[in-house]
Write a protein that binds this ligand. Structure first.
Ligand code: PLP
Length: 415
């Protein structure tokens, strides 16, 4: 019963790629730094040194988790800021050497739009295409990296379809060709093993709220010796790269969350993968449905299930699932308010009309088998209702429809 006498609705959260709840153990680690230990880390008195020590301990923990040195970790406000510092500042700092950037067609907007901004400022950007599962065309990438290329930016794991890119191979190409390699690892840190040295990564972006840490906190790894100027100027914090009074609770929370995620990674990934499989198998019983991205269990984030369903609108499914207490998404949290089809689904070759019927479930630590049973009991009915009122369902041949609206290319999705 709720306070006003109604029945509390079942609420199932399957949108962990958008954000995760703060882990209680992380909250416990952060708490003292909101009041008793509230000092400014730049102050020389004991309040300041207490905060400074907490930051430096956090830096050591974060560095250890990704195989970096502590002095290579810069705390930021999260993924968007880290991506902006990396992409803009490598481009501007090294522009005498060349004004060419290589990236993929499926980057998050934090990288994609930063590249567009740079294009308007005279830089040239090559966007490498992907195959039907979202894997970057490695031959195309290798060819594109030339003498004038200062930066290659390719994400580690895609936020919409879960594809895990071969970043160690990309890093090797960049090292051989003398271009800096940045990877947006916002979706993979805490879920996939990362070793920046073994993978030849020069810059890596991460965000704590994706691994049960606080929002508005994260870090950027920058390999020692990298030529990079700051994006923001000020008091010279974070060794001059990221000025601004440090968010001590956020930094402590980032390190605590990452430590927990690292420790529980393998076991949790296996558990979520099994649940993802159950969800995918059940959802695929719906006629005319398919999996977007690599097969479940393949080189794909263990918690990601992106399902394509013909003749229905993803947005409508998300709203109807929400009415039943289920939180899912159509894809990127950042673009879910826009009606434009996802650039990721377009890049894997899905025709325009099929992009609109995508549904992304991202599982997390709190997800249990009966949540999946509940989703599978609700979804077919929702799809049935929407198809009953869909002009695309029955009577209209989808190929003919696509031709009518100017779609010509086919695709190979069916698994
Ligand atoms: N990069 C990727 C791949 C993401 O999924 C996100 C968030 O959805 C971001 C960057 C932005 O991170 P933040 O929310 O910390 O700004």
């Amino acid at each position: 019963m709720t306070r006003n006498g109604g029945n509390a609705m079942k609420r199932i959260y399957l949108d962990h790629a958008a954000t995760t709840p703060l882990d209680e153990r992380v909250l416990k680690a952060m708490r003292p730094f909101f009041w008793q230990k509230f000092g400014n880390a730049s102050s020389v008195h004991s309040f300041g040194t207490e905060a400074r020590e907490a930051i430096e301990k956090s830096r050591r923990l974060v560095a250890k988790a990704i195989g970096a040195r502590p002095e290579e970790i810069y705390f930021t406000s999260g993924g968007t800021e880290s991506d902006n510092i990396a992409v803009q500042e490598i481009a501007y700092t090294n522009r005498e050497r060349g004004k060419h950037i290589v990236t993929s067609a499926i980057e998050h907007h934090a990288v994609g739009e930063t590249c567009e901004f740079l294009e308007k400022d005279g830089f040239t950007v090559s966007r490498i295409g992907v195959d039907k599962h979202g894997f970057v065309d490695m031959g195309g990438l290798e060819k594109a990296v030339g003498k004038k290329t200062t930066l290659v930016s390719v994400m580690h794991a895609n936020n919409e379809i879960g594809t895990i890119e071969p970043i160690a191979e990309i890093g090797k190409i960049c090292a051989e060709k003398g271009a800096y390699f940045h990877t947006d690892a916002v979706q993979s840190v805490g879920k996939e093993k990362i070793d920046v040295r073994k993978m030849n990564i020069d810059l890596l972006s991460s965000s704590a709220h994706k691994f049960y840490g606080p929002k508005g906190a994260g870090f950027l790894f920058v390999k020692e010796g990298t030529e990079i100027h700051p994006l923001m100027h000020g008091g010279g914090h974070e060794r001059g790269l990221r000025s601004g009074t440090e968010n001590v609770p956020g930094i402590v929370g980032t390190a605590a969350a990452l430590q927990i995620a690292e420790k529980e990674m393998e076991k949790e990934a296996a558990r979520e993968r099994a649940l993802a499989k159950k969800l995918a198998n059940g959802a695929l019983l719906i006629e005319n449905s398919w999996i977007n991205g690599p097969p479940i269990g393949g080189k794909r984030l263990s918690n990601n299930v992106n399902i394509g369903i013909d003749f229905v609108e993803g947005e409508s499914m998300v709203l109807m699932l929400s009415d039943k207490g289920i939180a899912a998404s159509t894809g990127s949290a950042c673009s879910s308010k826009s009606l434009e089809p996802s650039h990721v689904l377009r890049a894997i070759g899905l025709p325009h009309v099929k992009c609109h019927g995508s549904l992304r479930f991202t599982l997390g630590r709190g997800t249990v088998a009966k949540d999946i049973d509940y989703v599978l009991s609700a979804l077919p009915g929702i799809v049935g209702k929407l198809r009953a009122i869909s002009p695309l369902h029955k009577g209209i041949d989808i190929a003919e429809f696509e031709e009518e609206i100017g779609e010509t290319h086919g695709h190979g999705h069916g698994e």
